[in-house]
Ligand binder design. Sequence first.
Ligand code: ATP
Length: 333
Amino acid sequence: MPLIEATQLCRDYQIPQPAQGWAGQLARLWRPRHEVRRSVDRIDFRIERGECVGLIGPNGAGKSTTIKMLTGILAPSSGSLRVAQFDPHRQRHEYVQRIGVVFGQRSQLWWDLPVRDAYRILQAIYAVPQATFDARVALFESRVGLGELLARPVRTLSLGQRMLCEIAAAFLHAPDVVFLDEPTIGLDIEMKAKIRELIATLNREAGTTVLITSHDVGDIDRLCARILLIDHGRLRFDGTLEAFKREMGSGQWWQVQLPAPQHEAALALLAAHHPHLAARRHPRGVEAAQSHIGFAELVALLGPLGVESVLAVEPDLESILHDYYRHGRGVPA
Ligand SMILES: Nc1ncnc2c1ncn2[C@@H]1O[C@H](COP(=O)(O)OP(=O)(O)OP(=O)(O)O)[C@@H](O)[C@H]1O
């Protein structure tokens, strides 16, 4: 049985409609009018125990609304949702014991208390056995050097150090699943790497299921074997990262290095060569989809601009998503 099962999941929001003139506004006091806007639209997915899944999509796609339903904050408008055999909204009280949640700005630690004391309070709240607690803290200490932070009051930690402690705290009570919303937002490269290492370790070694939403493709690339892509409230893709790159990416690209003054001219030549030719800027020149132009044709076209090198490159997740968000794909019916 899957750990998470969403079937035809929908969530509507009611948007109050503005009234015209004072008479209209007065009438609305008796008869309020709302427009119903669907933010999550008939989404189906299943997640097995131990998976680490990335929930991605452009701004306003419906990710936070989905996470709010998964964590029991919002009730679905229709459809069904089961997580660890709970109905998250209806059985909120028992359910929250089985999950861990980190929502960017919210803190589950106590500002004036040292981290270790905050962890002890969480241990008491969730009735975590001493052996489990000690094993988890030892894991945090050995894998990401949390030890030196444990004695410090939360208010003295940097943003990155606090996020590290917050994420560790979400795993402390050995939950079935942890939901992470933008776990590395605003952090430097080194701290991002540490946080990703912590999440990967807890997913792999403790077997905790993880669902991450992030606009940082590095989080998704490093941590998630599988992605769910939401757009306009619909689930557009559910599969492995490799399958996503294969299906959504337009194969390999030519990366052409040119002198800087020729970059714009190269783009213009490519655009004029074929109206649908996929081409884009690159810090050292331009890139063109191999499916649209062959090597010899490319060199003949751009050679006069002083081509310095041509490489065949795989598109990375960031550029595939960038193209996807810009041009979109057909919405399934
Ligand atoms: N409380 C609300 N009332 C009305 N509309 C809402 C409410 N919350 C979200 N929406 C709308 O629902 C849609 C989905 O919003 P949601 O916050 O789930 O998107 P998101 O994918 O998390 O976006 P982002 O990446 O920008 O955080 C948006 O059009 C948003 O304006």
